[in-house]
Write a protein that binds this ligand. Structure first.
Ligand code: ADP
Ligand code: MG
Length: 347
């Protein structure tokens, strides 16, 4: 449905251009939920503005249903965009906000009223049409903004940091609701966020961006299991990412020798060890184990993050609350090869 080919956007003058998007290729299929994930400044909002027609291209093409959108104005693209700071109209009530796009399209008053009611039911705010937006909580405002974006039945719905303003528990609940809702409606969605939890919970496919370029694209599981680079791995929150040299089935690392899966690339690489692959045992552990000192512990619900130090090298492990070693304790560490991922060397 949506296809971006070599999309480039530069800001600033010719002498000092800033490239916000650098030859981005991206496809979104009908009914697909694609989530672009990247740090602040990586070009996510610019990407959405390009598709909406709010931002001119320096190069490349945007196609919707196969039609080049060059010269097609915003209101003729049939896309809905929900901005980062949902920008409700404070002087209008909830119904007036939701009906906005319908009014602009000359939809009759009866039809507007019917549709507003339907949408408020859909987003879990039945009968809220007469309420003042200023009297709503952040989560309720978010739902109104969503209803407003959905009202004109856009062929593509774009969401910019849709849940960014909300606290974690509400965000987690809403993201699950949204996924269910989009599934039922068959909405095609392109969302952007800097929050990996949000992206992974919402998306059929995740596209990781760095400095205006696509760093990786894949299903949440693919990206999680096999980050394409040290950047992606670190951005997903993995901490055990180090330069290493692979020879045969063993890598030479700052933690000593670590087993790698059969068939791994040889020579200079980046090595990722998931926390689950760091096996901690009390005392010095079995012969050949890496001797570490517990530097710190962080409680994470039912698990404890354990920061270990082996000489200069740091290593993060995760233990059950019951069996977690204490600060200052000496432990032995071995590595589980199936939790080790060999990545290309960092640039
Ligand atoms: P994100 O949404 O991922 O945080 P943006 O798309 O907002 O990133 O911005 C990408 C880059 O482009 C940033 O370096 C930002 O400063 C720059 N940028 C965005 N919009 C403009 C603009 N209108 N003028 C100049 N620079 C801009
Ligand atoms: Mg942004």
């Amino acid at each position: 449905m949506l296809s971006l080919a070599g999309v480039t956007v530069r800001f600033g003058d010719r002498k000092a251009p800033r490239t916000a998007l650098d030859a981005v290729d991206l496809e979104v299929a009908e009914h697909e939920i694609v989530c672009v994930l990247g740090p602040s400044g990586s070009g996510k909002s610019t990407l959405l503005r390009v598709v909406a027609g709010l931002q001119e291209l320096s190069g490349g093409r945007v196609l919707l249903d196969g039609a080049d959108q060059a010269g097609v104005p915003v209101h003729r693209r049939g896309v809905g965009l929900m901005f980062q700071d949902h920008q409700l109209f404070p002087q209008r009530d909830v119904g007036g906000n939701v009906a906005f796009g319908l009014r602009m399209r000359g939809v009759s008053r009866d039809e507007q009223a019917r549709r507003v009611e339907e949408l408020l039911d859909l987003v879990g705010l039945p009968g809220a049409g007469r309420r003042a937006v200023s009297a709503l909580s952040g989560g309720e405002q978010q739902r109104v903004a969503l209803a407003r974006a959905l009202a004109p039945r856009p062929r593509l719905l774009m969401l910019d940091e849709p849940l960014g303003q909300l606290d974690r528990s509400l965000r987690e609940r809403l993201v699950a609701e949204l996924r269910g809702l989009f599934g039922r409606l068959g909405t095609t969605v392109l969302a952007v966020t800097h929050d990996q939890g949000e992206a992974f919970a919402l998306a059929d496919r995740v596209v990781v961006m760095r400095d205006g370029r696509v760093a990786q694209s894949g299903t949440p599981l693919e990206v999680w299991q096999r980050p394409a680079s040290a950047f992606v791995a670190r951005f997903l929150g993995f901490e055990n990412v180090v330069p290493a040299t692979v020879a045969g089935s063993v890598a030479d690392t700052p933690w000593g020798r670590v087993p790698v899966p059969a068939g791994s690339s040889q020579g200079a690489v980046t090595l990722l060890v998931r926390p689950g692959g760091v096996r901690v045992s009390a005392g010095s552990g079995e012969p050949g184990a890496l001797r570490c000192v517990v530097a710190a512990r962080t409680f994470r619900g039912s698990r404890v993050g354990v920061s270990l130090r082996a000489g200069e090298a740091l290593l993060e492990a995760e233990c059950e609350v019951g069996g977690a070693p204490r600060e200052g304790e000496v432990v032995g560490v071995t590595f589980a090869e199936d939790e080790v991922v060999v990545l290309p060397p960092s640039r």
